[in-house]
Design a protein around this ligand. Structure first.
Ligand code: TYD
Length: 212
């Protein structure tokens, strides 16, 4: 599959502010006349959004780790086939709020399923599509949980199954993100998530400007 467009992903702990940053980047790129597709994982196209509801519903406490990882990749396969691959084929810029790296750190390391399992599912679901650039908006596990729980109190909703995991789980996720950035420094760029929305936006743009 030819990857003629640009595929940029945002990663980070829950509450890192990556969603706001992605929206701002999309607006900036559109202002420059670029065609931009925004997607989110789990989710994206309507079928993948239905899978998202199962994954994040706090009522689904019995969801087993294997079912969980398969559903994240089922959502991703639909997103790749329906939205991401066609847009890249048209030469557009695709921005995704999370992608396979989230499965690596949350399921591979957080749940302990291992990197090999995630790599095997990636080979099936992603058809060779990997991000050209990944921005890791960096906050630590404690700040992440505090922000996520404050958000859930301010705007009560039922998509809290992952936020409800223990601090030890979130610390494993944090460590795994940093190990990934150390392993793939050309692709994965760490952005300090504690400097404020405008400062983060400037840092993001100083990185992305070289890629688009
Ligand atoms: P969401 O409410 O979208 O949180 P955020 O705004 O922080 O991205 O929930 C997504 C949750 O799903 C988040 O806790 C991370 C988790 N997740 C995985 O565990 N594996 C994955 O492959 C993906 C894409 C997300």
């Amino acid at each position: 599959m030819t990857n003629r467009g640009r595929f940029i992903t945002f990663e980070g702990m829950d509450g890192s502010g990556k969603t706001t940053q992605m929206r701002r980047l999309a607006e900036r790129l559109r202002g420059m006349g670029r065609t931009v597709i925004e997607t989110v994982e789990p989710g994206g196209p309507p079928i993948a959004m239905k899978i998202r509801r199962i994954l994040l519903d706090a009522a689904n406490q019995e969801l087993s780790p294997v079912t969980e990882v398969l559903l994240y990749f089922a959502s991703r396969a639909q997103n790749v086939d329906e939205w991401i691959a066609p847009a890249l084929g048209r030469g557009e810029i695709v921005l995704s709020d999370r992608f396979t790296d989230s499965s690596l750190v949350y399921q591979g390391f957080g749940r302990g399923l291992g990197a090999e399992t995630v790599a095997a599912l990636e080979a099936i679901a992603c058809r060779g599509i990997k991000p050209d650039l990944t921005l890791l908006v960096d906050i630590d596990a404690e700040a992440s949980l505090a922000r996520a729980r404050a958000r859930n109190v301010a705007e009560p909703h039922c998509e809290t199954r992952m936020d409800d995991q223990s601090i030890e789980f979130h610390r494993r996720v944090y460590e795994a993100y940093h190990a990934l950035a150390a392993r793939e420094p050309d692709r994965v760029k760490i952005v300090n998530g504690r400097t404020g929305i405008d400062a983060i936006e400037r840092e993001v743009w100083s990185i992305v400007a070289h890629y688009v």
